[in-house]
Structures are given as structure tokens and as C-alpha cells.
Write a protein that binds this ligand. Structure first.
Ligand SMILES: [Zn+2]
Length: 335
């Protein structure tokens, strides 16, 4: 299997000049890619610039980053033939590699806008090298810029950053340098095409955590009422076990946490992240992993903080109600 390491540059509506088209808020202007074989050796390269058809002017913020010139781009192919060329070049047996999750998402949004047929597997699994880099050399949570990784790994900076070809090239070089084997199981899930039915929902099991991606729901209340969404089992033996903490919402309401205890394998924590779909619905990403004593203490503190915040808010509301009441009473007695 080959690795298709790719990067995109895109433009967005120039501020104030024209309205963004919600079907294509980011218009791809450049595709760069490096094809690596299973041994991570470069076997081919791809580069196309694209003549824009949606936003004819460069967004000022975008122009500061990318080096593309609108006049020059007029000589390029439009997106449809360029993208078809790219998909054909990818071949049959490959997995995408990108720096961060946005390129995979925007590629599909542009393909859809131009009604180009593509048959990516469902679910589409890919390597987010930014995540693999973090898992391998940092804490697994940080998401460093590509240049930071290039510098840290001592890769010679012979090219300018923020070009699609150049960034794909650098990403491929990072992939070559990384001790990839231990983190290669941590594939990412594309969220552009979400599970449409309960049967299509995604369950992944990694060495250090389990992951679940739900279908879309109308509201988070509906999601949190779903048994599969809130199911939490020991990641090691799969037993449904004693709840130490039932699911509780974060202060913002976009996250839920829970804690269970397996009699054999100890504490296991669950985290549910509520995410927006491309429409106006929501879906859920749940991760379940073993919890350390420190994790347990942190969860307890978080729950307490949420409880306190809610308590304070209720007190405030109560005081406000009381003030209104006294005001009305005073008003009435003065009549
Ligand atoms: Zn267990």
C-alpha cells in the first residue's frame, strides 16, 4: 500500500467584497502530493495549481500566507480536470496522509461542489501526521505547526513553507524521519461523511483507547439519550462495570465525562465531544481509555467546578427574581 501525502492551498471570500458561498467557503487553488511506497520511499510527485471560478480575488489574510498569484492562476486548469488528474494519480491501493484534519475535509467539499465522482472508502481512515508526530514525540495532544516539526527533526529547510507541493514534501520528509511503527495504528476518521445509520456507526479500538463516532442527531439531548452513545465498558475486557461517575456535562455543555471502575483493570474514563455536522445537526465522538489516579482527581475537580458554577448561576437567578419581586411590590404599594 502506498502513502499519498498531500497538501492543499485554498482561498476564501475577500472580506467585504463578496459573500462567502456556504457550499464552498474555501476554494482550492493548489494541490501538492508525494507518493511514498510501503517503505516510505518517494516514488512519485504531483503538483497542480488551479484557476479559481468562485472567488476571483484573493482574500487579504490568505495572500499573506500563500504565494499564489491570481493572474498566474488564470493559466492553470480549473478544479475539475486538476482534481480528476489527482484522483487518477493516487492509484488504487493507498492511504492519505495530511498535516492536520482540514485538507481531507476541504478536498471532499470541493469535489462535491464540482460534482466530481470519487469513491473513498466509508469510513475514510487516514493518517493525520500532525497527530502521529505529537503521539510519537510530544504529549499526543499538542498540534505543532509543520515548520516546528521540520525544525525539531533537523530536516534542511530548502523550500518555502505554505505552498501545497512544498508542504506535502515537508510532510513526507517528517513521515520518513518519524519512528512510525509504534504510532501507525492511530488512524484518523474523516468527519466529512458521517455514519448515516446506526449500522454505519464507527467503532475503533487502539492500544491506548477506544473510539466511537455516531450518526447525526437533532440535539445533544437526543444523542445523550441513546444507549450506544453513553455505553462505556472496560477497554481491556469489555465488561460493563460499576459507574463511579455518571456522564456529566462540561460548563460549556459541549463535552461530557464519565468514570467507571473495572474490578480487574481499574479505572476507565469516558469523554464525549459534541460536534456540529455540516448541516445543523450534531454528532458525537466518544473516547474511552484507562484512567490514572491523577485523571480521577482531575475528573472529580472538574465535576465539582461545574457543580459550583451551576450553583452560582442558580443563586444569581434567584436573587434577580427576588429583586424583580421587591420592585413590583414597591411599585404596587406606591400606586
Ligand atoms: Zn476490565
Amino acid at each position: 500500500m502506498n502513502y499519498i501525502v498531500f497538501d492543499l492551498e485554498w482561498n476564501q471570500a475577500p472580506a467585504g467584497r463578496c459573500r462567502p458561498n456556504p457550499r464552498i467557503p474555501f476554494e482550492i487553488l493548489e494541490i501538492g502530493a508525494i507518493k511514498l511506497n510501503a517503505h516510505r520511499k518517494t516514488i512519485d510527485e504531483f503538483h497542480e495549481t488551479i484557476k479559481p471560478l468562485v472567488y476571483r480575488e484573493m482574500n487579504k489574510q490568505t495572500q499573506k500566507i500563500v504565494h499564489l498569484d491570481m493572474k498566474e492562476l488564470q493559466k492553470s486548469k480549473t478544479f475539475s480536470p486538476a482534481a480528476r488528474h489527482f484522483l487518477e494519480w493516487c492509484g488504487e491501493d493507498y492511504i492519505f496522509v495530511t498535516w492536520g484534519p482540514s485538507d481531507i475535509f476541504e478536498l471532499q467539499r470541493n469535489l462535491e461542489y464540482y460534482k466530481i465522482r470519487y469513491d473513498f472508502p466509508k469510513p475514510l481512515l487516514y493518517y493525520d501526521l500532525q497527530k502521529l508526530y505529537s503521539l510519537s514525540l510530544e504529549d499526543g495532544k499538542k498540534r505543532p505547526a509543520l515548520q516546528e516539526a521540520v525544525e525539531a527533526l533537523g530536516i534542511p529547510e530548502t523550500k518555502a513553507f505554505h505552498g501545497a507541493y512544498e508542504d506535502a514534501w515537508y510532510t513526507a520528509e517528517v513521515m520518513k524521519k518519524l519512528n512510525i511503527k509504534p504510532v501507525l495504528e492511530y488512524k484518523s476518521v474523516d468527519y466529512y461523511h458521517l455514519p448515516e445509520t446506526k449500522e454505519e456507526e464507527i467503532f475503533l479500538s487502539f492500544k491506548t483507547y477506544d473510539k466511537y463516532v455516531s450518526r447525526a442527531f437533532d440535539s445533544k439531548e437526543e444523542a445523550m439519550n441513546d444507549k450506544t452513545v453513553t455505553a462505556i465498558r472496560c477497554t481491556k475486557c469489555g465488561l460493563p462495570v460499576l459507574h463511579r461517575m455518571k456522564w456529566f456535562a462540561s460548563a460549556t455543555g459541549n463535552m461530557y465525562y464519565a468514570l467507571i471502575q473495572c474490578p480487574i483493570h481499574g479505572n476507565v474514563k469516558g469523554k464525549i465531544r459534541i460536534r456540529k455536522t455540516r448541516g445543523d445537526r450534531i454528532f458525537v465522538v466518544k473516547t474511552i481509555k484507562p484512567a490514572t489516579e491523577k485523571d480521577v482527581e482531575e475528573l472529580k475537580a472538574r465535576k465539582e467546578a461545574v457543580r459550583e458554577k451551576r450553583h452560582k448561576r442558580m443563586e444569581k437567578e434567584k436573587a434577580a427574581r427576588k429583586r424583580r419581586k421587591t420592585k413590583t411590590a414597591a411599585y404596587n404599594s406606591n400606586k
